[in-house]
Design a protein around this ligand. Structure first.
Ligand code: TYM
Length: 358
């Protein structure tokens, strides 16, 4: 009852794959490739978990999947180099604990593959400067950190495009915040192909039904930099403390006011963590003022705990065995490198450049 029903879970993860007329997921052509990335922020939170990583787990059964911890992207923002290795390993552990399986998907660290930055430079010569200037993430970050408007931050979406194209990925499971970057990636593909000949396929984003998970404030997207997250690694007590005070439907001021679940971030989270019956109960209870927000949050908390208990157990095992995690990443890097080297050889040939030294 507390864990998501199979049906409920399926509704939130399978809608990212192509469905046949009968509603069953279609068999994907064996060669179709998925690529996605995540920054080693040191914290997998409900936003990037529900918005992306939970779907990565489903997709690994249906596509050739490359999942990448993008440390070269992370260095565009202020950080402590001493912590980078630990943050990267912690993110790898969280991803594996969520169910990414190294036997079915390739998990690796971006900086282990020099071709990412090599291809990014190549793509920078076709990337439209004006479009890069329009990227809202660049503008937001520049506004929030006027002391750190570096060229890497500006080039960020070009490196992201290189990540995807190196592996010939056509599907990119991401949250809504990456939509604009994906549109730019498609534009870069068109420009490259027009200038140098048909080389890359245009990647398409894969969004979940809730591509923007709001933070505890119920206003902005959940994001570590906004301080409105619930991290998967937090204790039950810390999670409850945050849930208890999280924003709900603002129109529901008094316990006796009926609420509108669709306007409540807590109800959105119920869709991931509660069974269909529980969701109905919450919907009716909220909209008739039969239950209060705290009752609703307690029910959500049960579902969250049930989901996290499995993830934490797997995470604890991996934390106790860092060598195993490093071995998984090394194997992933070796698998990824093979593909990346082949792509760069094709790209160099297109550009009229000499082959890379062996
Ligand atoms: P990052 O590390 O910010 O987030 C990782 C993934 O989680 C999604 N996400 C969310 N989805 C819904 N609601 C939220 N509140 C939320 N917060 C994060 C993000 O959309 C993302 O899919 N630039 C990327 C990393 C990247 C990448 C790539 C992604 C680098 N190269 C190539 C796809 C393909 C980023 O910073 O993600």
């Amino acid at each position: 009852m507390n864990s998501p029903s199979k049906q409920g879970l399926r509704r939130h993860v399978l809608d990212v794959v192509v469905l046949t007329a009968s509603g069953a997921p279609s068999k994907q052509p064996a060669m179709e490739t998925v690529f996605s990335g995540i920054q080693p922020s040191g914290e997998l939170h409900l936003g990037n978990y529900l918005g992306a990583v939970r779907n990565w787990v489903v997709l690994q059964g249906q596509y050739r999947c490359f999942y990448c911890i993008v440390d070269y992207h992370a260095i565009t923002q202020p950080y402590d180099p001493v912590e980078m290795t630990a943050r990267t390993r912690a993110m790898a552990i969280d991803i594996l604990a969520c169910g990414v399986d190294p036997d079915r998907a390739t998990l690796f660290v971006q900086s282990a593959i020099p071709e990412h930055t090599e291809l990014a430079w190549v793509l920078s010569s076709v990337a439209p400067h004006g479009e890069l200037e329009r990227m809202t993430q660049f503008k937001d970050k520049a506004e929030r950190h006027p002391e750190n408007i570096n060229a890497g931050l500006f080039m960020y979406p070009v490196l992201q495009t290189a990540d995807i194209l190196l592996y010939g990925a056509t599907r990119v499971p991401v949250g809504e915040d990456q939509r604009q970057h994906l549109e730019l990636a498609r534009e870069i593909v068109r420009r490259f192909n027009a200038r140098f000949g048909e080389t890359f396929a245009e990647p398409q984003p894969l969004f979940s039904t809730t591509p923007k998970i709001l933070g505890l404030d119920g206003q902005a997207k959940m994001s570590k930099s906004l301080g409105n997250t619930i991290a998967l690694s937090e204790t039950d007590a810390a999670i409850w403390d945050k849930l208890r005070t999280a924003a709900t439907d603002p129109a529901r001021v008094k316990r006796t006011d009926p609420g509108t679940p669709e306007k409540c971030n807590i109800y959105t989270l119920h869709k991931f963590f509660s069974s269909d019956e529980r969701q109905k109960e919450v919907h009716v209870g909220c909209s008739t003022a039969g239950i209060g927000c705290i009752d609703c949050k307690k029910m959500l908390f049960e579902g969250v705990k049930a989901d996290l208990v499995r993830i934490r157990a797997r995470g604890d095992e991996l934390r106790a065995d860092p060598a195993r995690v490093d071995a998984i990443l090394a194997r992933g890097a070796a698998e990824a490198r093979k593909v990346a080297v082949e792509t760069m050889a094709r790209v160099r040939a297109r550009l009229g450049l000499p082959s890379a030294p062996a």
